[in-house]
Design a binder for this molecule. Sequence first.
Ligand SMILES: [Fe+2]
Length: 206
Amino acid sequence: MDGSKLYLLPKLPYDYKALAPLISEEQLTLHHTKHHQAYVIGANAVLEKLDKSRKENGDLDMKATLKELSFHVGGYRLHTLFWENLAPAGKGGGGVPKGELAKAIDAEYGSFVRFKKEFTQAASSTEGSGWAVLTHCMTTNRLFIMQLEKHNVNAIPGFRILMALDVWEHAYYLDYKNDRAKFIESFWNIVNWDEVNKRLVSHLKK
Ligand SMILES: [Fe+2]
């Protein structure tokens, strides 16, 4: 937080070439500096519009404004989570989950293989532009897989997102064209399981 009360594009935790060839430098650069940046700009524009309207005591179409705000902030948040739950293959990315996360996956799905199958199916069948995410429900202490259509539909409020996979076409089109399945397959080689585990552990402590 820099005190400006606006969003900033976060730096990637690795360089633009680090995930190649599974995500090329060109694809990652475009995705981060254009698409993620667009959500930052969009979210800030809505916040500034709200600030201005409050200052002038003006009227806004609240439903449209809040939908726009949730769209951009959802995009901002999900991309941030996505970058952080990736790491270069063999250097923190790929392999199998460890620690609490491994235990939670085994308890919920029976095995990592079964979890991977369900998450892959969720990502493959997400309608249109969307995300597949792994979450945790405090009420039942169970892991949930969710499909987030766009950025702001079908979300269950209050569920901590442990892992995100961007399946919008802009996330993979340069590298994989329309072969989303291949992109999802590659994702498993760059997941940063330590980060996902850290999120679960810190969430359970709350
Ligand atoms: Fe994206």
